[in-house]
Design a protein. Structure first.
Ligand code: HEC
Length: 156
């Protein structure tokens, strides 16, 4: 009997999710631009994990090192070509994240206070939450520049 209930529940949850339309604003990107953003995203996730790891070991120098890599210097890796395409508030949210990580790095070096860093990290991650709630990358087939096909490592 329990099994049947579980199955019915599962089915209804799936149906609700299938009917739910993704309301988030669509960023119309080509394959190269999508790849650029998602690569940066995975970098942010990895870096955040590394900061937490270092924090659990109270290694504040490692915290600073990992946080710095997610700071403004991360934006120099060819984001210019996206600036004209992405909405202004999207870019601003992105910049706030990088500035926040720079502040985390600076404070980890000077204050060396894990509790303080943890609070900052939590606040910083609210930017991740806010942006993910507002935007998605378009799923429609968009014209892809031939360049993106011939050279996957090229970011400019
Ligand atoms: C300015 C907007 C913005 C901010 C800030 C942001 N993201 Fe994202 N992120 C996106 C978008 C857009 C996607 C694609 C979502 C989609 O299409 O459903 C994404 C996708 C991702 C993915 C999936 C990557 C993949 O390979 O599919 C991860 C992981 C991720 N973000 C982590 C983070 C983390 C961690 C932070 C904060 C430290 C963060 N993001 C901050 C916009 C943002």
């Amino acid at each position: 009997m329990k099994k049947i209930y579980a199955l019915v529940l599962c089915l209804s949850v799936t149906t609700v999710m299938a009917k739910d339309i993704d309301q988030r604003k669509v960023l119309p990107l080509n394959e190269m631009q999508r790849n650029h953003i998602l690569t940066e995203m995975r970098g942010l996730l990895l870096g955040t994990q590394q900061i937490l790891q270092a924090l659990s070991e109270e290694d504040m120098m490692a915290v600073a090192r990992h946080a710095r890599m997610l700071g403004m210097e991360m934006t120099h890796k060819g984001e210019n070509h996206l600036r004209s395409i992405l909405p202004k508030d999207f870019m601003q949210l992105g910049m706030s994240v990088h500035q926040s990580f720079d502040q985390i790095a600076t404070d980890a070096e000077t204050l060396k206070n894990p509790k303080h860093t943890l609070t900052q990290l939590s606040t910083t991650m609210q930017y991740c939450v806010t942006c993910h709630a507002a935007y998605q990358i378009g799923t429609t087939e968009l014209p892809v520049e031939t360049e993106a096909h011939s050279d996957h490592h090229k970011h400019h």
